[in-house]
Design a protein around this ligand. Structure first.
Ligand SMILES: [Zn+2]
Length: 90
C-alpha cells in the first residue's frame, strides 16, 4: 500500500495500527456473507451441512485477498472523505 496519495498527498496510515479497525469491517462483511449464503442454502439449495460449510469456508479463503483490501478501503473511507477539489491528477 502506498504511504500517501499521489494526487492529493493525503497520508493513508493515520497512526500506527490504524488498520486494525479494518478487522471489524472484515468481520461484518463475513457475517453478511454467512447470512446471505445460509439463507440461500436454507431456502433454495437445501444442501447438506458439510457441503454448505465447505462452500462457505472455501469461498472465504479464496476471496480473502479481496476482502482484506475492501475492508481496509471501507475503514479508510470512514475517516477520509473524497474531495474532488484537492486533486493534482487529471
Ligand atoms: Zn488523493
Amino acid at each position: 500500500m502506498n504511504v500517501s496519495c499521489a494526487c492529493c498527498g493525503i497520508t493513508y496510515e493515520k497512526e500506527p495500527g490504524f488498520y486494525q479497525g479494518a478487522m471489524y469491517v472484515s468481520y461484518a462483511l463475513m457475517v453478511g456473507w454467512f447470512v446471505i449464503t445460509w439463507a440461500a442454502d436454507s431456502f433454495v439449495f437445501k444442501s447438506e451441512t458439510w457441503q454448505y460449510l465447505t462452500f462457505v469456508i472455501s469461498t472465504i479463503i479464496v476471496f480473502m485477498p479481496l476482502t482484506f483490501r475492501i475492508s481496509r478501503l471501507l475503514w479508510l473511507n470512514f475517516f477520509i472523505k473524497y474531495d474532488k477539489n484537492k486533486t493534482n491528477c487529471k
